[in-house]
Structures are given as structure tokens and as C-alpha cells.
Design a protein around this ligand. Structure first.
Ligand code: GDP
Ligand code: MG
Length: 161
């Protein structure tokens, strides 16, 4: 029999995850990264930065009319962020599940927000909400040259090592 190739999982899907200023302040960076590594996703980009109003107003352009928009921008500029790109099969949707409900009061235990936060105004982490949205966010926060397309050693020969 011949194998169909069309149904293979897209292992190259990418998403943008950001640890917000409260996550950095509370020393949660390591624990959050650990969850994504442990799940099996591949880290292809990582940086720590102080976000500008310009990038944030683009990142949250769909929320400009919300009453909390001003406080959201103050929150997101209140300290450094750790911004990452993670890659793997279904990473966008799986990350949203791992991060949990936007409102921590509704987030399940076992999710990042459900384990580390209590209020929507300080919910520790950002995760892209769609594959298309992730592409735009990754372009906004990263230059292509800063995303590393590295091979997992479990998929290559070790003859030369
Ligand atoms: P997310 O995709 O789960 O992060 O949720 P949204 O895209 O709807 O909102 C973006 C971010 O805005 C959230 O993660 C919160 O940090 C913030 N936010 C959303 N709703 C509220 C709210 O009602 N009040 C406040 N203060 N912040 C909110
Ligand atoms: Mg969102």
C-alpha cells in the first residue's frame, strides 16, 4: 500500500507566547518555558524587551475601543516582557489550552493562568489565538533572522558526533 501524505500533521505551525510584566516580576519565566518544553514544543525565538506603545497598539489593535485598553497598555509597558515563538503540531490551539481562559477566575487549574493568576488585568501570559493571528504577531515582534530553524537531534543521524 502507499502512504497518503496529505494527512500528515503540520509540525511547522508556530505561535507567539509572551510572558507579561507580572510574570517576569513574579519570577515565573522558567516555569512557563518549562511547560512548553515539557509538552514537546520547539523554541525557535526568544527575547526579553521593554515593549513600545507602537508595537502594543498594533498587537492589541482589535481592543482599541475597549474600556480597559488604556490600563492594558500601561500594564504591558510596566516592565519587561519575555517574547517567544514556539513551533509544533497544533501549537496555536494547544497553547491556548495550556494558557487557559483570559479571565483567570474561569481558567482551569493546570493552566498557566489557572495556576498563577486571579484577575484578568494581571493574567501573566499572552498566546496567539489563531494560526493567521500568530503569523501577524510573529512578524510584528520578530525579525525573520532572529527565528532559528534548528533540527531536533532525534531526527538526525549522530554518526558525525
Ligand atoms: P487573550 O487573547 O486571552 O489574552 O484575551 P483578549 O485578546 O481578549 O485580551 C487581551 C488582554 O487584554 C487579556 O489577556 C488581558 O490582559 C486584557 N483584558 C481582557 N479583558 C480585560 C478586562 O475586562 N479588563 C482588563 N483590565 N483587562 C482585560
Ligand atoms: Mg487575544
Amino acid at each position: 500500500c502507499s502512504f497518503a501524505t496529505s494527512g500528515l500533521p503540520d509540525v511547522r505551525e508556530r505561535t507567539l507566547i509572551a510572558i507579561k510584566p507580572d510574570g517576569v516580576q513574579r519570577r515565573l519565566v522558567g516555569q512557563i518555558i518549562q511547560r512548553f518544553e515539557q509538552r514537546g514544543f520547539k523554541l525557535v525565538g526568544l527575547k526579553m524587551l521593554q515593549a513600545s506603545q507602537d508595537v502594543l497598539s498594533e498587537h492589541y489593535c482589535n481592543l482599541r475601543t475597549k474600556p480597559f485598553y488604556g490600563s492594558l497598555l500601561r500594564y504591558m509597558t510596566s516592565g519587561p516582557l519575555v517574547v517567544m515563538v514556539w513551533e509544533g503540531h497544533n501549537v496555536v490551539q494547544t497553547s491556548r489550552t495550556m494558557v487557559g481562559n483570559t479571565n483567570p477566575a474561569e481558567a482551569q487549574a493546570g493552566t498557566v493562568r489557572g495556576d498563577f493568576s486571579i484577575h484578568v488585568s494581571r493574567n501573566v501570559v499572552h498566546a496567539s489565538d489563531s494560526v493567521e493571528g500568530a503569523k501577524k504577531e510573529i512578524q510584528l515582534w520578530f525579525q525573520t533572522k532572529d527565528l532559528l530553524d534548528w533540527d531536533s537531534w532525534d531526527q538526525t543521524s549522530n554518526d558525525d558526533v
